[in-house]
Design a protein around this ligand. Structure first.
Ligand code: TYD
Length: 141
């Protein structure tokens, strides 16, 4: 699946944040509901990730997220239950919006990579699909 197909279905899309650059460095900012399409209720980040680590491997019933590579890079594999696509995140001002009911897996973390995630809800294990077949069934409803 091409990026444009998955993006046109509203499942995922890249979000470009503003950047204020001057000789002292770059500054990027974001405001909930303005730069991301939900009120931010939670932020978490992954770091000290071994380069051969695989993360994710789940989907969410309601949760929406935006994922950033604040430092370094990694691959995000996206699956809407029908088609698959992948994104390489490596630019701290570009985030990937991921809607609910999208299976995601992350790997190929570079040394020192930092992955920051903005989330639309507090942590709730009951919101996870951790079983791929269960997710597949739900994605077809
Ligand atoms: P998980 O979402 O499975 O991590 P990943 O998708 O990066 O592999 O979460 C890993 C563990 O951390 C799991 O036991 C739940 C816990 N956790 C929280 O307690 N709060 C959170 O906000 C998150 C994201 C995870």
């Amino acid at each position: 699946m091409s990026h444009s197909e998955s993006e046109s279905k509203g499942h995922v899309r890249l979000i470009d944040l503003p950047v204020i650059s001057d000789p002292r460095g770059d500054l990027t900012f974001l405001e909930g509901s303005r730069h991301v399409p939900f009120d931010i209720r939670r932020v978490y980040y992954l770091y000290n990730v071994p380069v051969d680590s695989e993360r994710g491997g789940h989907a969410h019933r309601e949760l929406e997220q935006v994922v950033f590579a604040l430092s370094g890079s990694f691959r995000l594999k996206i699956d809407d239950g029908k088609t698959k696509s992948e994104y390489w995140l490596r630019d701290p001002k570009k985030g990937l919006y991921i809607n609910k009911l999208i299976w995601r897996e992350m790997d190929s973390f570079s040394q020192g990579a930092v992955c920051m995630v903005l989330a639309s809800h507090p942590y709730d294990e009951a919101d996870y699909y951790r079983d791929y077949d269960e997710f597949l069934k739900a994605s077809k409803l």
